[in-house]
Design a protein around this ligand. Structure first.
Ligand code: FAD
Length: 398
């Protein structure tokens, strides 16, 4: 195959890659996206929840073809089964059909002028004089190079491209959640709410989710901190036990798909910019450390990365110092919020079943908003206002 020449080459056609591609193409940048899978969006590794704010900020109108179920809030379940329903405009969103959503994002980028190649695996970056100047790739058995002024690695949690450019993208083992999920049919639960279950015997240092897609179909999954918990169980073992223990929901249900994957919950990797290269989305570990959601953050980061890339291309300079504007902006905005949520994650991991019961007894919108904002002191102030929560507040200070 002939070598290619582009302004920007993007590795990976997930939400991060395709939003970056669309933004670049809209600005007249000559951009190509290389995706190793033969079909964009498949297999999914996702519970497919996305809030409206995330969609809107990426300039995407919900389309019933892929925004398959509207969500109005969440029901939280304590270890003893106490239900707390949270309905608030901030929790409005959709369950996606991600296989269609990702193709839709790619189609939008292609409409704006981006080029895509599927079944094309990027092997590594090409370095010259300490700078990334392109990638080497393989398409259906044929090797070729793409030279580019900027490489954008949007290659997900298993990202190898950043590492091949010398960036340290690996975090501590305790900063990855292990995710396992069945998409199931025949599930009986309230259809327009997210269902989240807590408790040490349910999901140690994590939670089980049921995200309904409509017509009795739902993503039923678990995210836990360790590959194997203290009792010797894997994420899948915990999930199977949960399903068996809830016949009222799952008696007539069967899996129609299995998904598994790692979820980086570190708030970000050490640095995600180098000479001629930027990492976006899961590749940069831009994931919410509390709930593991990353689509909306990936799309936000993609917009920032594209803006900085456009400016760098106009100025003709691709050194780390120029591209660092993207990392700085991220760290001042979403990154700062994620860092706070990372600290809060440490506190939540100290909670035991009795603490969840205490919270379930008094939880209200103030507590939820304070918790999800990531404002440690704000959250602490809310907790100490409620005498029943003093033992929980004390754990925050430990
Ligand atoms: C079980 C589970 C449930 C989740 N549920 C949710 C949820 O409900 N809501 C939410 O917001 N987030 C969720 N997430 C996280 C979410 O899926 C990710 O944050 C999101 O996909 C990040 O998008 P991305 O574009 O950065 O990476 P990805 O979507 O992973 O895309 C990376 C792309 O790069 C391609 N690629 C990788 N290496 C190469 C290579 N060498 N050459 C070419 N192509 C390559 C991959 O094939 C892939 O298409 C979940 C994750 C898991 C594991």
């Amino acid at each position: 195959m002939k070598d290619l020449d582009y302004d920007v080459v993007i590795v990976g056609a997930g939400p991060a890659g395709s939003i970056t591609a669309r933004r670049l193409a809209e600005n007249g940048v000559k951009v190509i996206v290389l995706e190793k899978k033969q079909e964009i969006g498949t297999p999914k590794r996702c519970a497919e929840g996305l809030n409206i704010v995330g969609l809107k900020s990426a300039g995407i109108e919900p389309n019933p073809l892929w925004a398959v179920n509207e969500i109005n809030g969440a029901i939280l379940y304590s270890p003893a089964g106490r239900k707390v329903a949270i309905k608030n405009d901030k929790y409005l969103g959709y369950i996606l059909e991600r296989k269609i959503f990702e193709k839709h994002l790619a189609a939008q980028a292609i409409d704006k002028g981006a080029r895509y190649m599927v079944k094309t695996r990027v092997m590594s970056v090409i370095m010259e004089n300490g700078s990334v100047v392109g990638v080497s790739a393989e398409h259906m058995g044929e090797s070729f190079n793409v030279r580019a002024k900027i490489v954008i690695a949007a290659d997900g949690v298993d990202s190898k491209i950043g590492r091949s450019a010398g960036l340290n993208t690996v975090n501590r083992m305790t900063d990855y959640h292990s995710g396992f999920q069945y998409e199931m049919a025949g599930v009986k639960c309230e259809g327009n709410m997210l269902h989240i279950f807590f408790g040490d015997s349910v999901a140690p240092k994590g939670y089980v989710w049921i995200f309904p897609k409509g017509h009795g179909i739902a993503n039923v999954g678990i995210g836990v901190l360790s590959l194997v918990s203290d009792d010797g169980n894997r994420a899948r073992d915990h999930l199977d036990r949960f399903i068996a223990n809830h016949p009222q929901i799952f008696a007539g249900a069967s899996p129609i798909e299995i998904n598994a994957g790692g979820i980086p919950v570190s708030s970000s990797c050490e640095t995600f910019v180098g000479n001629g290269i930027m990492l976006v989305g899961d590749a940069a570990q831009q994931v919410n450390p509390i709930h593991g959601g990353g689509i909306s953050l990936a799309m936000d980061a993609a917009i920032m990365a594209a803006e900085v890339a456009v400016k760098a291309l106009r100025e003709g300079t691709y050194a780390k110092e120029r591209l660092f504007e993207y990392e700085r902006r991220w760290r001042e905005t979403e990154g700062a919020r994620m860092k706070k949520l990372y600290d809060l994650r440490g506190f939540l991991e100290k909670l035991e079943d009795e603490d969840f019961e205490r919270l379930a007894g008094v939880i209200n919108d103030d507590v939820i908003m304070a918790m999800t904002s990531g404002e440690f002191t704000g959250f602490l102030k809310v907790l100490v206002k409620i005498p029943k929560l003093f033992p929980v507040a004390r754990k925050m200070l430990m």
